[in-house]
Each structure stands twice: as C-alpha cells, then as structure tokens.
Design a protein around this ligand. Structure first.
Ligand SMILES: Nc1ncnc2c1ncn2[C@@H]1O[C@H](COP(=O)(O)OP(=O)(O)OP(=O)(O)O)[C@@H](O)[C@H]1O
Ligand SMILES: Nc1ncnc2c1ncn2[C@@H]1O[C@H](COP(=O)(O)OP(=O)(O)OP(=O)(O)O)[C@@H](O)[C@H]1O
Ligand SMILES: [Mg+2]
Ligand SMILES: [Mg+2]
Lengths: 255, 255
C-alpha cells in the first residue's frame, strides 16, 4: 500500500516542486514505484518532468469531471517514475470544488483507487492553503514541509502547522508530519544557520538531517525537462536529494 | 491622484513582497506619499514593515465587513510610508468574496476612497491568480511584475499576461503594464542572463533597466521589521531599489 506524501508549504518559492521532482526521481532510482501528482495550476512539476504542454486527461478532469485518476497517469521516460500532469484549469477547479459535496475529499477518493499500485505518491501543492492544498492534506498519510532558510519562510510555518492540526481534527486524523527539509541552504549565510537552529528547536528529529544546498543544477534542470539526477547526477543538488531519499526510506515511513 | 500599482506574479517567491516593501520605502524617501496594501494572507509585507501581529482594522474587515479602507491605514514610523496590514483571515475573504456582488471590484471601490491622498499605492499580491489578485488587477492603474531569473518563473509569465488581458477586456480597460523588474539577479549565473535576454526580447523597454541583485541584506531586513534602506542603506540591495524608484519616477508613471 503506497504512502501518500503532500509536499506543502503556503510560502511561495521554497522548493516544493524541486523537492517533488527530485525526491521522486531519487526514490524511483532506489527502486520505489513512484507517482508524482501535480496539483499546482502552474504545472511546474509537469514541465520539470518533461511533459510541458501535455495533452490528455488532466487532474482537472479527475477532480471536476469525475475521470479516473488512472486515466491521467503518464510516463516520464524514467523507470518507476510516473506523473499525473497538472494544468492551468486547476484554477477553475478551485472555484468549482467549493460547491461540490465532500469537496475536501475529492482527491483522496481519486488517489485511493491508484495508491495500491505504488510505493509512494508525492503531491506537489500550490503556494496557498486553499481548497487544493486542503484536498492534498486530506488525501495524504504524511506531509513533507520544504523550509527555505529565510525569515518570511520561517514566519509562515506556525500557520501551516495550525492548518495541519485543523485537517487532522476534521478531515484526516491519520495525517502525520513526516518531516521538514531545509532547502536552498547556503552554509556561508548566517541567517540560514539561524533559521536552521530555530527549525531544529521546533521540530527536533522531524527535521531531516539532509539539508538541500543552493545548487545551480537544481534550477537549470527544469529547462531541460529532467530531474537533476538525470541532468547532472554528480552535482551537489542531485546528490542531496539522493541522500534525502535514503534518509526517508531508512526512517521506514514506507515499506 | 495617486497611481495604484499591483505588484503581482502567481509564481511563488519571486520577490513581490520584497519589492512592495523596499520600492515603497525608496519612493517615500524620494518624497512620494506612499501606501502599501498587503493583500496576501501571509501578511509578509506587514511584518516586513514592523507591524507583525498588528491588532486593528484589517483588510478582511474592509473587503468583507465593509469597513472604510482609511480606518485600516497605519504608520510605519518612516515618513510618508503608510500601510494597510494584511491578515490571515484574508484566506476566508477569498471564499466569501466569491459569492459577493461585484466581487472583483470590492478592492477598487475601497482604494478609490483613499488614493487621492497618496502619490502611489502599492498592492502586494499573493502567489496565485485567484480572486484576491483579480481584485488587485481590477483596482490598479498598472501592474509591476517582479521576474525572478529562473526557468519556472519565466514559464509562468505568459499565463500572467493572459490574465492581465482578460482583466483589461472585462474589468479594467485602463490597466497598463508599468514594467517588469528582474529580481535576485546573480551576474555569475548563465541561466540568469538567459532569462534576462528572453525577458528583454519579450518586453522590450518595459523591462526596467534596474536589475535587483541577490543581496543578503534584502533577506535579513524583514527579521528586523524594516526595509533594507533603513537596515543597511549602503547595501547593493537597498541601493538597487532606490535606483528602481528613480527609474519609475523618471518614466513619469506618476506625477
Ligand atoms: N536547492 C536549490 N538550489 C537552487 N535553486 C533552487 C533550489 N531549489 C529550488 N530552486 C529554484 O528556486 C525556484 C523556486 O523553487 P520551486 O519552484 O521548486 O519552489 P516552489 O515552492 O515549488 O514554488 P511555488 O510556491 O511557486 O510553487 C525555482 O526556480 C527552482 O528552480
Ligand atoms: N534580491 C534579493 N536578494 C536576496 N534575497 C531576496 C531578494 N528578494 C527577495 N529575497 C528573499 O527571497 C524570499 C522570497 O522573496 P519574497 O518573499 O519577497 O517573494 P514573494 O514573491 O513575495 O513570495 P510569495 O510568493 O510567497 O508572496 C524572501 O525570503 C526574501 O527575503
Ligand atoms: Mg511549485
Ligand atoms: Mg509575498
């Protein structure tokens, strides 16, 4: 039974998509059957995996049109790494879902039909705490929080945790915090160390030991439509996501 | 009559708030009566201007509760720089506005009552193209687009421009593109130059000549609750926003 992880943080630009794409690729390389679900209307994970402008069943068709999630799953060319593409009409889904019955559980029902076929499902979330992210947190077994080593990013974490508590109380009691991962970490920057210290105090051992460094290969690989592990496997960026995948697997969050 | 500028881009983490806070401070220093409106539920501009946890009338009270915008305006301690604080209940405003009459024009009506008292009003937008950003674009005379020199950020611009066209056609024919400003620009990074070249091709002279460099003072100043121009006036970051203010004034976008 696959574990469903929501990669979420309402702060923009903290590395949600970069984590979904590169952690997904690293887990697939380690042998896990991996599905990335692109729930962001920006559809960045979709283009980061080489499927920009994909025509076919989209997540909008699943959430609003009632299509099966399995009909939206496509390959990436990498073994064991499949993706459900996002699309800009997800913006419309936000509005249409608001009046749907059981509007918070639509994605959960859709994912339950496919998750047995995967070891892990990663949901890339948009930068908001609106109905799409609520759907992701309601569908998920765990949340993975990318935390950029910056002041504004740290400021928003308390609110994210409160949202998680509300979801656990009302919609998904099984939702766990699988961990927090520092992203774009620059060892020369005092602010970065200060934020990491604060995060360690707050999260204890739920702060992953693996820190993702700021590494230009991670920002270059999306323009080639491949994860960094394909674009430049020896780069610090690619290697840090391999290490994160190892840490996640060794914690036994999923079999 | 003050010019209303929406600082908008649905891509997260591109420097919208940093631009609203620091351009606002630089324009105020040059003598402009300046109002910053924090339309983002994260309320980062509010804390970046030293008003974290502000109790009082908020933008939610204005948009949903019908309060006068003038009753929400507070000082920052800097001459000629006032702010309408944001608050997390703006997330609820997104949902409540959807069923309101004239839901796209609520902010426009509220701002029209105060803009004559200012030379410029800067609206900091959340990272989405939802009802709050639509309100900002409907209220604005011009849009200022912060463009991070990264691939995913460039990818999203076409969609932002289409949203602007839709607003011009249906809600605000007077909306202009006041300009695009490159943010977090690292001269040593090839990708950054490639993105800037693409932006120049696309926007021509609407791409500001002033580029905002990646500069640690810009990410440190929010933790002190002041703009970089106060925290470290000689820093490259503070100076680049002073230069941007000069370029905007010299273009005559507002008197
Ligand atoms: N470790 C890193 N080193 C260098 N660049 C990075 C790193 N992680 C992410 N980036 C770049 O920073 C930008 C923001 O990252 P990304 O788009 O993954 O964040 P996000 O949280 O998904 O953003 P959004 O909130 O818009 O969805 C992207 O251009 C990405 O390529
Ligand atoms: N030129 C710069 N140099 C260094 N750091 C910067 C610069 N501009 C912004 N930052 C930092 O980068 C992060 C993202 O910037 P900011 O929060 O202003 O973006 P945003 O577009 O408002 O994000 P959101 O989409 O979440 O509203 C912040 O931590 C900020 O302090
Ligand atoms: Mg993303
Ligand atoms: Mg912001």
């Amino acid at each position: 039974m696959g574990r469903v992880l929501a990669i979420a943080n309402q702060k923009g630009g903290v590395g949600k998509t970069t984590t979904a794409v590169n952690l997904g690729a690293a887990l697939a390389q380690k042998g896990a059957q991996t599905l990335v679900v692109d729930l962001d209307p920006q559809a960045n994970a979709t283009s980061g995996l080489g499927l920009r402008g994909h025509q076919g069943t989209t997540l909008y068709d699943v959430l609003v049109g009632g299509a099966e999630l399995s009909s939206a799953v496509v390959g990436t060319g990498l073994s064991r790494l499949l993706v459900v593409p996002g699309s800009r009409d997800l913006v419309a889904a936000e509005i249409e879902l608001l009046s749907a019955d059981g509007r918070e559980r639509v994605l959960r029902r859709a994912i339950e039909a496919v998750s047995p076929h995967f070891d892990v499902v990663l949901i890339d979330c948009p930068p908001s705490l609106g109905i799409l992210t609520i759907n992701a947190l309601t569908a998920a077994d765990g949340i993975l929080i990318p935390l950029q080593a910056e002041y504004y990013a740290l400021e928003g974490v308390a609110e994210l945790l409160q949202a998680v508590e509300r979801i656990q109380a009302a919609l998904n009691p099984g939702l766990e915090i699988d961990g927090v991962v520092m992203t774009m970490f620059d060892v020369r920057n005092n602010l970065a160390h200060a934020v990491a210290d604060e995060a360690r105090k707050h999260f204890g051992d739920r702060l992953f030991l693996t820190f993702i460094p700021r590494n230009v290969r991670l920002s270059e690989s999306p323009s080639h439509g491949v994860p960094a592990i394909t674009y430049d496997p020896q780069s610090k960026g690619a290697q840090s996501y391999v290490a994160l995948a190892e840490e996640i697997v060794s914690r036994g969050t999923f079999s």
